[in-house]
Design a protein around this ligand. Structure first.
Ligand code: GCV
Length: 717
């Protein structure tokens, strides 16, 4: 174990380095790796080759304590060889066996060439080599053995894309990590080095696209001056395999083009989009395409002209097709004027359009049918549109999960939806199996930690790793992340991973247990608001979703109610519709249940609900205790700062430990608030006594209802 401890660090641990800290490994391990790797042979003719080489040098220098010896050709007994069949004569013989790797895949192999011990980082394209370098560095950072190394990796998902909900004025909708990373004011002339670090972080995970602007889009993003700025970012990202995409406002032909209509069947509108696409590709030859939110939450769209979503998507798809671009058309579509259960509306809208989209349209579907709640069942469109490529959209930023101050690792949430069995055509068919892409609503901003907190970096990380291979385990990913971010010492990794894995269930318990959803305060969604009622639209209120009354609680989505269950494949629908079979975590999503319904624990529902709220609070206390056990050892904290070195074995550096501890305090306070306010509210409806041993909320319900937070961060506007 001591072999794995880091012994020193050149920079302050403020979180900026993310999982790419490259702090020195223990001397014995570093020496062992140095011998095994030997000299480095790496091409440097293209920008991507240089990026791979630079990352390798940066990583090896940091981890192994000295810069590697770079050679034009392998000469010594041991060599680390990077390249493609085109860029390296040593790699050329492996061309055939790399044929199945695809453009982004790579091969890591320990082998012998000409009597020498060689470690290959080989790929068909430069970008695969860069991905392979990051994989190798991860192995070193986590202390893995390089003996008999043989790794073949190719991404399982083609489009691995971040969605930034960044406005042109720097405000990030649902952003809790500072302002937008994009400084539109100083672009295109000033290319902040941070853009390169952003690209490195994404490339380290295999993320290959980024949508720069909010889906609640300003047409201005498509104006020539903003395209020049986007082009500058595209130039920075290109060596790292990242394409730039833009959110397109459907009414842009009117706002920018001066046309009278944005009707997708109007020839002038079609011409406008074709010209716009030509203009974009003239500036950004590898532009990825458009992301579109249409006819949802007030955004313009084809239905304004009596056309379908397919008409709208195909309009843009036709404009992009000659250039190889795609349209990511969002299925997050609902309208409060429609009386149907909001959970059913996207399916109703899109199901009948299967097969009506151009081949370069991808339908982007949120993980659940409502909106990024702490827990939702998988979206019924998964498995239901066999002739339409689907992208899974998840939210990395924690709009509904406590913002950046609550420690909630989203890996288990992502894994839960990816592994959901849609039973399409009566057979096992997980959401993960059929994905054309994965989109993650980014939690990245100007904050020094990038993500608003140290642990929120794990959610960016987990998204990227799962987008590469959606069948990976959230636990394994957490272990890699913790090792790279804090320390590879198992005594550090194990408790952190346990804490992370339990954190998602904790937030479900203290916010929305047993299938409850959308109980957050109005608008900004900060804190509890189960009493939220009235206002402009019913489907933005909590009472619409929990439907609690004197007799019971929950949304009846069976045939007796909204019949949302019927949108799932028959086997899934039968399970969800049956009170005896529905998984308890989804009980109140699908059923309106009497307060005295007997739960698996033997308790009546009312008692169980209160117990869950209290359990959530205790789970946060448990996280605090775990984190306290990882506190810097006495005397080590200051010494490490003074020496500029990392902590001793079994502890985290003081700087990051302190901030996480402070945030856990906030989380505990807010979990308690959620519990007390929710218990007070639901008790006012159920009229039942608290179960024995359960503390009475310290304030009357009116106190919680009166709390106002008009300046909570991240609000939409
Ligand atoms: C970008 C939710 C959020 C909105 C967001 C919307 C969407 O409703 O609260 O801020 O808008 O989802 O995904 O389009």
């Amino acid at each position: 174990m001591a072999l794995l401890a880091c012994t020193g660090s050149a920079h302050a641990e403020d979180g900026y380095a993310l999982w790419m800290r490259y702090v020195p490994l223990a001397p014995a391990l570093a020496a062992d790796y140095r011998t095994q790797l030997g000299e480095v042979v790496a091409p440097d003719q293209t920008p991507t080759q240089r990026a791979a080489r630079e990352e390798l040098v940066r990583g090896l220098t940091g981890l192994l304590g000295r810069a590697p010896r770079m050679q034009a050709a392998a000469a010594g007994d041991h060599a680390l060889v990077l390249g493609t069949p085109q860029s390296s004569a040593l790699i050329a013989p492996f061309r055939d066996e790399m044929a199945s790797l695809g453009d982004d895949g790579y091969l890591l192999r320990r082998t012998r060439i000409g009597g020498r011990d060689v470690l290959l980082v080989a790929a068909r394209q430069d970008i695969g080599v860069l991905y392979g370098v990051f994989h190798l560095l991860r192995l070193l950072q986590t202390g893995a053995s390089l003996n008999a190394l043989e790794v073949r990796e190719s991404p399982r998902v083609r489009l691995r894309v971040l969605n930034h909900w960044d406005n042109l004025d720097g405000h990030v909708e649902r952003g809790y990590a500072g302002r937008s990373l994009w400084d539109w004011q100083t672009l295109p002339e000033w290319r902040d080095p941070r853009y390169t670090d952003y690209a490195r972080a994404n490339a380290s995970l295999g993320i290959n696209g980024t949508v720069l602007n909010n889906v609640n889009a300003s047409a201005q993003s498509l104006a020539p001056d903003y395209l020049a700025k986007a082009a500058a970012l595209a130039d920075v990202f290109r060596p790292y395999g990242i394409r730039v995409y833009l959110s397109a406002r459907f009414s842009a032909p009117i706002e920018l083009g001066g046309l009278k209509t944005a009707d997708p069947l109007d020839p002038n509108v079609q011409r406008w989009w074709r010209d716009k696409a030509d203009e974009i590709y003239a500036r950004i030859p590898d532009f990825g395409g458009f992301l579109v939110k249409a006819n949802s939450e007030g955004q313009p769209g084809p239905q304004d002209y009596g056309r379908t979503h397919a008409d709208g998507a195909n309009l843009l798809a036709d404009a992009l097709a000659p250039h190889g671009g795609v349209v990511m058309w969002r299925a997050f579509v609902y309208a409060h004027e429609v009386p149907a259960d909001r959970a059913t509306q996207a399916y109703t809208e899109f199901f009948g359009l299967d097969g009506a989209f151009r081949p370069n349209v991808i339908l982007q579907v949120k993980n659940g049918p409502i909106d990024f709640q702490p827990r939702e069942p998988f979206h019924p469109l998964f498995g239901a549109m066999p002739r339409t490529p689907l992208m899974l959209e998840v939210q990395i930023t924690k709009e509904y999960l406590g913002f950046a101050t609550h420690l909630v690792y989203l890996g288990p949430l992502f894994e839960e939806v990816l592994q959901s069995d849609t039973r399409a055509r009566g057979e096992r068919a997980t959401v993960a199996q059929s994905l054309a892409g994965m989109a993650g609503v980014a939690n990245i901003g100007s904050d020094r930690t990038w993500s608003g907190s140290h642990f929120d970096q794990a959610n960016w990380y987990a998204f990227g790793r799962l987008a590469w291979n959606p069948d990976q385990s959230a636990r394994d990913i957490a272990a890699d992340w913790a090792a790279m971010t804090f320390s590879p010492d198992p005594e550090v990794v194990a408790p952190i991973v346990d804490m992370m894995m339990a954190s998602r269930e904790a937030v479900v318990n203290y916010m929305t247990p047993l299938g409850l959803h959308h109980l957050m305060a109005r608008g900004h969604h900060y804190g509890p608001g189960p009493w939220v009622d009235g206002g402009p639209r019913a489907d933005w209120t909590a009472v619409y979703y929990h439907r609690a009354d004197r007799d019971g609680i929950g949304f009846d989505r069976t045939a007796r109610g909204s019949n949302a269950v019927a949108q799932y494949a028959p086997e899934v629908a039968a399970k969800y519709a049956d009170l005896a079979q529905v998984p308890e975590p989804l009980l109140l999503w699908f059923h309106h249940v009497p307060w005295d319904h007997r739960m698996a624990s033997g308790r009546p529902l009312w008692d169980e609900l209160v117990a869950r709220y209290s359990l959530g609070v205790r789970q946060v206390q448990a996280m605090q205790a775990t984190w306290a056990s990882l506190a810097p050892l006495p005397g080590n904290a200051n010494a490490s700062v003074e020496r500029g070195s990392a902590p001793l074995l079994g502890s985290i550096d003081a700087q990051r430990h302190e901030q996480v501890a402070a945030y856990l305090k906030i989380q505990l306070r807010e979990a308690q608030w959620w519990r007390d306010a929710s218990v007070a509210y639901f008790q006012s409806i159920s009229g039942r006594p608290l179960p024995p041993g359960e503390a009475t909320p310290p304030h009357p319900l009116a106190y919680y209802e009166a709390l106002q937070y008009p300046s909570a961060p991240g609000d939409g506007r």
